[in-house]
Design a binder for this molecule. Structure first.
Ligand SMILES: Cc1ncc(COP(=O)(O)O)c(C=O)c1O
Length: 395
């Protein structure tokens, strides 16, 4: 029995939850933190003159500092709270993106999630920029040799996933940063699927923007993070107007607050930010290296067993981070998912918000199992038992 599983009430009753790449279950400490923040501690931030609000402001800003420490940011002011990774990427596209000119280029890759494609398409259409797509290696990694060949001084941004949400393949982010910087471009790392599996240290990676969602890192939904280098954030114009992001407002003119407040218009996600800080405390207590080793071992076992199961095709590299996509000959992934559900096993089946990658793989969907810190051998065994039943049902 996994030593941490009992901390996750959502996993009671022997449920084999293998869809954490979509969203992770929450440890009790996060649920308690959110409950307290919504209950006895609840108040708004940045505005109240009363003590409860002042305390809540301190707790909200402490959550920002907690995130900053966790990812090795230079300062808490480099952390912008957003609704999630999707909103963080849209923020960069709509704010920093205003610096782009017609003919400027953006390099994406074949394996990106739609949230790291569509905002750039919208920006390109707005400013007349051009999108390029970096191909993948045969085993499903972003091909950085190809990226090197594609990059030109016209490229202003490279936006890559650090870990693919479909293939689990891990990017050599340091090299990606060096390649981008060689041509004067910035690197945005979509760290949605890396933050739950590995230590993400902004100083070591050398990226310019890093985004992730709290809910995949055991935190609540409704909160995500944009980290950007302080010097870049300082130059970025606001993207949404409203309360809290201003310095002074008159009908003639408005001046704006410095970052990060400039990018947090309106009442922020107070409760959710506190929940995310509690989630970070939780994973740090266990230790990211311990978590990574545990997930790598489960992924390796599952891949090995699946490989020897007739009629299964495995996608992605051998050293995939916690995520395995697969297909079963003659069975639609949705049917696999439905039969597994009857067996108490929850997987994801579909295009995983990565339709260009599905097109590249020549399928319209895959089945995906993902392993997080609370996963255990019994989950792998239940998956394999369930797949045997799928095979029986479909002959
Ligand atoms: C790689 C990747 N990027 C971005 C996202 C978008 O995250 P969210 O929907 O939480 O904004 C996801 C979510 O599945 C993802 O896996």
């Amino acid at each position: 029995m996994n030593a941490h599983r009992h901390n996750f009430p959502g996993l009671a009753n022997n449920w084999h939850y293998l869809d954490s790449a979509a969203t992770a279950h929450k440890p009790q400490i996060v649920i308690d933190t959110v409950s307290r923040a919504l209950g006895e501690d609840y108040a708004t931030v940045h505005r109240g003159v009363y003590k409860r609000s002042a305390d809540m402001t301190l707790a909200y800003e402490a959550a920002r500092a907690r995130v900053a420490r966790y990812i090795g940011a230079g300062s808490a002011d480099e952390i912008v709270f957003t609704k999630g990774a999707t909103e963080a990427i849209n923020l960069v596209a709509q704010s920093w993106g205003q610096s782009l000119n017609p003919g400027d280029r953006i390099l994406l890759s074949t394996l990106e999630h739609h949230s790291n494609i569509v905002p750039w398409q919208m920006l390109a259409a707005r400013v007349g920029a051009i999108l390029d797509v970096c191909p993948l290696t045969v085993d499903g990694r972003i091909d950085l040799d190809a990226a090197e060949a594609l990059l030109t001084p016209a490229h202003k941004l490279v936006a890559f996933a650090q870990v693919s949400n479909v293939l689990g393949s891990v990017l050599d982010a340091k090299r990606a940063a060096a390649l981008a910087h060689n041509v004067g471009a910035k690197l945005l790392l979509d760290a949605c699927q890396s933050v739950p599996h590995m230590k993400v240290d902004v100083a070591a990676l050398g990226a310019d923007f890093i985004v992730f969602s709290g809910h995949k890192l055991y935190g609540p939904t409704g909160v995500g993070v944009l980290w950007a280098r302080g010097s870049i954030l300082a130059e970025m114009p606001p993207w949404q107007g409203g309360g809290a992001m201003i310095d002074k407002v008159t009908f003639a003119n408005t001046t704006y607050a410095p970052a990060p407040q400039r990018f947090e218009a309106g009442t922020p996600m107070i409760v959710e930010a506190l929940g995310l800080a509690a989630a970070i405390d939780y994973v740090e207590t266990i230790g990211m290296e311990t978590i990574a080793a545990h997930e790598a071992a489960l992924t390796k076992t599952a891949r090995k067993e699946l490989r020897t199961t007739n009629a299964i095709t495995l996608y992605g590299p051998e050293d995939a981070a916690g995520i395995i996509s697969f297909a079963m000959e003659g069975v639609h992934p949705h049917d696999i998912g439905t039969i597994l559900d009857e067996e108490g096993v929850a997987i994801r089946a579909g295009h995983h918000c990565a339709q260009p990658l599905m097109a590249h793989l020549g399928v319209d969907a895959t089945a995906r199992a993902s392993f997080w810190l609370y996963s255990e051998d019994s989950d792998v065994e239940a998956l394999l038992r369930g797949l045997h039943r799928v095979k029986k049902v479909f002959g």
